[in-house]
Write a protein that binds this ligand. Sequence first.
Ligand code: NI
Length: 269
Amino acid sequence: MLIDTHCHLDFPEFDKDRDEVIARARSEGIEYIINIGSSIDGSKRSLELSKQYDFIFSAVGIHPHEADNFDKGAELELSSLSRQDKVVAIGETGLDYFRNYSRQENQKILFLSLIKLAKELNLPLVIHSRQAQADTLKILKEAMPVKALVHCFSGDKGFLDECLTLGFFISFTCNITYKKAENLRNLIRDVPLDRLLLETDAPFLSPEGLRGKRNEPANVKHVAREISRIKEISIDEVSEVTSDNAKSFFNLVNTEKSSVGVGFIRPEK
Ligand code: NI
């Protein structure tokens, strides 16, 4: 059983066959899905999905790309959304100096606001950091203690080491299967197994062989397979350890006594 810790099933790319995609994920052994909000509306749609499916949980957040539109109203709305059931993280949030779709100054304001919210609710953060290592670290270090996951890791060895020292978790997507991703595969060798999580970032980043097509949670098995090859351990071990990591990071608690088979306990304040 695998956990896809980062996907965007609320995106319009899934409008035609969302239920089929989710059913396929289940039939291919996906135990839980964490659907990540990247806007207010996206976070709302994500919460709808997690109400509909007991194995889908939500993160509530606004992507740094959207930072120019962030205002007091959005801040209040996010704060209220993040208090709903089955919200297990704040994100995605962070800095993107690669695309710079929003002003860097506004990205920082949004990032700080979401860090504050996460700390208030004692929820972990899902971090997006692209070509913004120095500022990401500076902001997170000043905010410590925080519990964070650096998603779709794309930094260098120095950034990785600092993140690991701060106790952060690291997740990789299907892009580790790309022919040119030797640098990422080398970094995976340096991430201890007990800090690794798996994700697809669907609909983006389909695995090698399926590139150009829409990605989906069932493809998280490609990430597990590649990591098992790189770390020279069995896929079963990768699945078991990364699923345990995800359950503890997002505080997903499997209470077999619960009537639906899955229980969720909000972390203590
Ligand atoms: Ni994402």
